[in-house]
Design a binder for this molecule. Structure first.
Ligand code: ZN
Length: 417
């Protein structure tokens, strides 16, 4: 866009500055090596900070930082703690102190802390008289609250992207509303959403996005809210609507979060035999390999090949209900008969095994072994908060409602952003 401004530079004296800004940014990376070379001429160690780019490995990263040090490379290969650096995710930040000869003096980076999502682990490598040493220290991250809103123009993903929602937040939204909103079929142009989530910082560095604290969708004439309510240490809890009813349904609306129904529970001509029969399930179109989720908690009743179904998993949810997932390309590991699954667990992947004309999921909802249309069945209601929890929850709702109101849920202003 700044290049477009270059064309009008003679008309507006200020505009002449714009391309200069752009060029400075573009030259920033090649310039680094010149800076490093310039610094080499001095004798003091210098500090380099780099981010892991897609396709990077530790060695290409060190090379870019100007580290040429065989001893350091050996240590990084050998040391258990240092080896975690080899699998750094893209975007991770590394700081190093380097001698003018390119020898590594120290290096540090923040890693995910496995036990506590609010912490990070600081990994420090240091050169000592006896060689290199490494140590790990826990760092408490500072939580901050972020607010975003977006409007649907084509799809939820495009809107989420434009609203600069981190991927982990988008994924959480899909999960939270999985029992209420069919993201592939129900959202229309002009629908909008608002979300409040936590982000975790270390000083001025954003380490990762955390939990969604509240979200709301205005779609298709409907309005859905989700408010996180934690219990005990705050790590356990769930999402509730404004009245305190849990959003966790006994059954998800769909075993695939983003797919469209290609054949519902109705009479149809069988795609292979050509005969008119009752289609005893729902077909979801999705690319081969798409993960399939258990729609409810239960125990695997059957897992294997059954002629027309191909690779199929059948889950029993108590004495009355069971669900069937057919034509899988493969069944997920450890999904043998008898094992327990939780709602949302991946049980297999979309494929085209058995009598199938192309990759899709054939899903059946059975009541007392009989395939039924899930949209016509009254399922057990969701759990609600207790009378003890409600007063505290209502305070929370009032606070969230205020924040959403402040966020200006006006689709017109949002569209122009
Ligand atoms: Zn089918």
């Amino acid at each position: 866009m700044a290049f477009g401004a270059a064309g009008v530079a003679p008309l507006a004296p200020d505009a002449a500055d714009l391309p200069v800004v752009t060029i400075t940014e573009e030259l920033a990376l090649p310039d680094l090596s010149a800076q490093i070379n310039a610094l080499r001429k001095t004798s003091a160690p210098f500090i380099v900070e780099e981010r892991v780019r897609p396709g990077d490995n530790l060695w290409s990263l060190l090379n870019r930082m100007g580290v040429h040090d065989a001893d350091a490379a050996n240590f990084l290969r050998r040391d258990v703690r240092a080896r975690t650096l080899v699998s750094l995710r893209s975007g991770a930040r590394l700081q190093a102190s380097i001698s003018p000869e390119g020898k590594l003096l120290s290096m540090q980076t923040l890693l995910d802390s496995p036990g506590n999502p609010n912490n990070a682990t600081n990994l420090v490598l240091e050169k000592t008289i006896d060689g290199f040493s490494s140590r790990l220290t826990e760092v408490a991250l500072e939580p901050r609250v972020e607010m975003r809103s977006g409007q649907i123009s084509s799809s939820f993903f495009v809107a989420a992207d434009r609203a600069q929602l981190p991927d982990t937040v988008t994924e959480q939204l899909l999960d939270i509303f999985a029992g209420d909103i069919d993201f592939a079929a129900e959202l229309r142009q002009g629908d909008y959403f608002q979300v409040i989530y936590e982000s975790l910082w270390h000083g001025s560095e954003l380490i990762r996005s955390g939990r969604v604290l509240a979200a709301e969708f205005h779609y298709n004439g409907n309005h859905r809210q989700a408010i996180w309510f934690g219990t005990g240490d705050g790590q356990r809890g769930g999402y509730y609507d404004a009245s305190g009813k849990s959003l966790k349904k006994t059954f998800l609306k769909s075993p695939l979060p983003l797919s469209r129904i290609t054949s519902g529970f109705a009479m149809r001509m069988h795609p292979i035999s050509g005969e008119w029969t009752q289609h005893k399930g729902i077909d979801f179109a999705a690319p081969e390999g798409t993960p399939i989720r258990a729609t409810a908690d239960g125990a695997i009743d059957f897992s294997g090949v059954q002629n027309g179904y191909g690779n199929v998993v059948i889950i029993k949810h108590g004495p009355v209900y069971s669900t069937v997932y057919a034509h899988m390309s493969r069944i997920a590991t450890d999904r043998r008969a008898g094992t327990r699954v939780a709602q949302g667990d991946v049980i297999g992947y979309v494929g085209s095994t058995g009598w199938s004309s192309g990759p899709h999921l054939h899903y059946e909802f059975r009541v007392n072994q009989e395939a039924r249309d899930p949209s016509t069945i009254a399922l057990p209601p969701a759990v609600a908060l207790s009378a003890m929890e409600l007063p505290q929850f209502r305070k929370r709702v009032a606070d969230i409602t205020h924040r959403f109101a402040v966020m200006s849920p006006n689709p017109v202003t949002l569209a122009s952003r």
